[in-house]
Write a protein that binds this ligand. Structure first.
Ligand code: GRF
Length: 196
């Protein structure tokens, strides 16, 4: 059984999809804890599924290092095989990435390397492209730069709003995330190989 700590910042719809998948005895992963950098609405999903939660707000610490230390401690307490950034809108401190090499994955609403950063959907619309998508990748020290694990395209119809496009991408992200984690757990994806 692959054990997971998930980190979120927002509504947690991807987390919800993962928790629903993990609820099946046939699914080979379990979420042990969900952490957030703010009192995120998505924490409710964890509570509903009986998964423990923790909130660590950086501005409540005297330094970024102190925040990073406690975040790392809180993750490691649960001894996860995998850390999943499921809409965690903050660059993970390098100390955490170094402490969990190749064990952190992120979801991103574009076809990376196109449109990295916090406004990927808006940026794709502004660029006038007709195709965007969803990416799952290994987290490295850069912003959305780590090795890609899986991508799927999403078409951009003319006149679609940012909210509607993001919702369409999230539907793809959910299936992609649940599928990638299953493949990691069952050995079809080897993160060490993807990283090299
Ligand atoms: C997703 O689109 C994810 O790719 C991005 O933030 C969004 C999170 O959505 N990093 P939700 O909180 O899972 O609904």
């Amino acid at each position: 059984m692959l054990t997971i700590v998930a980190l979120i910042s927002g509504s947690g719809s991807n987390l919800r999809a993962l928790l629903e998948a993990c609820d099946s005895p046939l699914y080979p992963a379990k979420v042990r804890a969900v952490g957030a950098d703010r009192p995120a609405a998505g924490l409710e999903h964890a509570e509903l599924f009986g998964v423990s939660t923790f909130v660590l707000e950086p501005n409540k610490f005297s330094s970024k290092e102190q925040w990073a230390d406690l975040l790392l401690h809180s993750i490691q307490f649960h001894k996860p095989d995998l850390v999943v950034l499921a809409g965690f809108m903050r660059v993970l401190p390098k100390s955490i990435i170094d402490a969990l090499p190749g064990k952190i994955i992120n979801i991103h609403p574009s076809l990376l390397p196109a449109f990295p950063g916090a406004h990927a959907v808006r940026d794709a619309l502004a660029a006038g492209v007709t195709m965007t998508g969803a990416t799952v990748h290994i987290v490295d020290a850069g912003i959305d730069t780590g090795p890609v694990i899986r991508q799927q395209e999403v078409a951009i119809p003319a006149g679609i709003s940012e909210t509607e496009l993001h919702e369409r991408i999230k539907e793809v992200e959910k299936t992609q995330l649940v599928g990638v984690i299953k493949d990691i757990a069952e050995g079809r994806i080897n993160l060490a190989e993807v990283a090299n």
